[in-house]
Ligand binder design. Sequence first.
Ligand code: GAP
Length: 458
Amino acid sequence: MEQTNIMEKIISLSKRRGFIFPGSEIYGGLANSWDYGPLGHLLKQNIKKAWWKFFVEERADMVPLDAAIIMNPKVWEASGHLQNFSDSLVECKNCHHRFRADHLLEAVGAEPKYDKEPPRTLSEVACPDCGGKLTEPKQFNLMFKTFLGTTEDSSTVAYLRPETAAGMFVNFKNIQQTTRRRLPFGIAQVGKNFRNEITPGNFIFRTREFEIGEFEYFIHPTGWEKIFEMWLGEIKRWWKEIMQINMDNLVWHELPDGERAHYSKRTVDIEYKYPFGVKELHGIAYRTDFDLSRHEKISGQDLHYADPETGEKFLPHVIEPTFGIDRMLLVSLLEAYHEEEAPTTEAGKTETRVVMKFPKHLAPIQVAVLPLSKKEELASVAKELAQNLRKDFWVDYDETQSIGKRYRRQDEIGTPYCVTVDFDSLNDKKVTVRDRDSMQQERVAMEEIKEYLQAKFK
Ligand code: GAP
């Protein structure tokens, strides 16, 4: 399939079928803001649930957290966000459009990273929108600023969190003491984050409001290399077994010295081959004891850990795997999208069907119940069946248009199983189950349908 228009197809399908709508659309929208509709919400919930189960619930060494979005501004002084969380911004003197300097450099094939002085190349770049001259780059802090209470002055300034990690660091002592955990253990949370990005875009790839699932895994520094490898292995398992993507679409980018943050001893960016280029999907970093030492310094609190066996007192080090939930959802849409030739009801004829081949456990709707006709005698049986199945599955009930069209509609939203109630069902008490991917149909006794479907989702 052509890479260039697959994004357009995904965006159009998302809107048409209720996965993702442009934000505030009836007011003309709000640039780069998106609302997750019913199916998008379900898909996102399923991805978050799977992530939580895999990385938190099923492990003995993880504990959950739900920290506040607005934190004491000193947190951001300690984390370095107040001083360093900025991008280089240039503005066109003619059309006043703003751009990230590193993106402009990347576009002309120049090295986007630079320390203090912008490279000469930047002064040779013209505005990509109108060809006008660009200003000198200036630093622009990406944190969203707000004020607490009624007075707007420097004493009431606060920020919406740009990452969830800080919540885990400032609660390290509370959590370690209340759960009496021994190292190594991790603190995980999933939640919204806010960054005033200069150049959001590519649908939900880069937005100003997005969700992150991440955890801080607290360790003794000795043997960090092995623990890092263990997490890399788990991340691979996540993509292969749970998200079930084509692993050839991932790029494991080991950041060399000089490209990593100054405190990191190892960072791997997990990149994805998006239709708009190879870009970051998520990452894992060994952050040493940088965060706890900064919070110790700024808060004046002792955040050391005393090993109950050896008596050694030390500041724990941290390995941090971080996942953008919205980017994972974008990848799941891209991986699921298929167009294929399928037979029609007319003998020998085929048509193109669009089918979202989500892994079954991630599909927003799990089962569709479809009476062959709207007639009461069939509809009443089908509605009762659907209601019974709702206790165990997310069910859609659809009785409009031909059965062929209804199958196509369910294919397009990725429903793994369609259950059709027909006139024979009234006598033989059986229904037809159609598999989304193989399109094979099977007759199953109504009283066994729940167990039959449950076995399919195991
Ligand atoms: N605590 C580490 C941290 O926040 P990050 O790489 O800045 O690391 C984590 O962000 C992840 O959040 C990224 O790997 C990406 O998946 C996602 N992400 C970052 N900025 C984003 C944005 N503007 N829109 C959507 N997702 C974003």
